[in-house]
Ligand binder design. Structure first.
Ligand code: ZN
Length: 243
């Protein structure tokens, strides 16, 4: 069973009306519903929970963190950012969605600004699979259309990714590396651009397939117990179980 934590920045008692209209079950509820069944255990968390929903215990118990944020990046304290970064380095998978390109955690993990160009007029996006053999692209139709999306365009200030899985093209002519992977320490990271909060993008079947694939891909096969450079004995017993 893969333990997935879906984290959003919304205060559940104060969801903006356009977001509630697009996501009547909440954006976190919609994202969580992608991962039903016996193979996943989903926990919903948000910025207004204790420890801003990113407690050490919760992250320890998380195999894959799905992170959606847009306008409240500055409200996430630096110690929470450090916890996310450490857990990824230990092996936790992380999927950063849409405007999470500007989250403190994404920037800390990639070492880049995440800057891009953008426009919000509800134009359509065509999503091209650049690496069809990648597990995240499994079963995804080539060049499918997202009817309405916020445009994110190049240049996208990120390090060279391990893999560019998807490329986005917009009606206005811009292009974007819409789905990219990174490895940090033992952890796998996927950034995925679609998902503006006032468009019901996460209900679209192709998008749901991609996100489910991404969680399966990012789930760790190994998790370090601790980070650091311990002084170990020559005996094998000094190594086993500590790293
Ligand atoms: Zn947006």
């Amino acid at each position: 069973m893969i333990r997935v934590t879906v984290w959003t920045e919304f205060d559940k008692t104060d969801i903006p009306a356009p977001v509630a209209a697009a996501y009547p079950d909440g954006m976190d509820g919609c994202l969580g519903s992608i991962l039903g069944g016996k193979d996943f255990k989903v926990t919903l968390a948000n910025l207004f929970d204790a420890d801003c929903g990113l407690s050490e215990k919760l992250l320890n118990d998380t195999d894959v963190l799905v992170y959606w944020a847009h306008s409240r990046h500055g409200a996430v304290p630096d110690d929470a950012v450090a916890r996310v970064k450490n857990e990824v380095n230990k092996g936790m998978g992380a999927i950063f969605l849409h405007s999470a390109h500007h989250s403190k955690a994404f920037k800390a993990l990639t070492g880049a600004s995440g800057d891009l160009v953008w426009r919000e007029i509800g134009e359509h996006e065509r999503l091209w699979t650049a690496t069809p053999a990648h597990p995240i692209a499994k079963g995804v139709e080539q060049g499918f259309v997202i009817p309405h999306e916020e445009m994110y365009g190049e240049p996208f200030d990120i390090p060279n990714p391990d893999c560019t899985v998807f490329l986005g093209w917009y009606a206005g002519g811009e292009v974007f590396r819409s789905g990219v992977t990174f490895t940090r320490g033992c952890g796998k990271i996927f950034y995925f651009q679609p998902g503006h909060e006032t468009f019901p993008v996460y209900y679209q079947p192709e998008i749901r397939t991609i996100l489910k694939n991404a969680v399966l891909w990012a789930a760790p096969s190994y998790r370090r117990v601790q980070l650091g450079c311990p002084n170990i004995k020559t005996s094998p017993e000094g190594i086993e179980g500590k790293l």
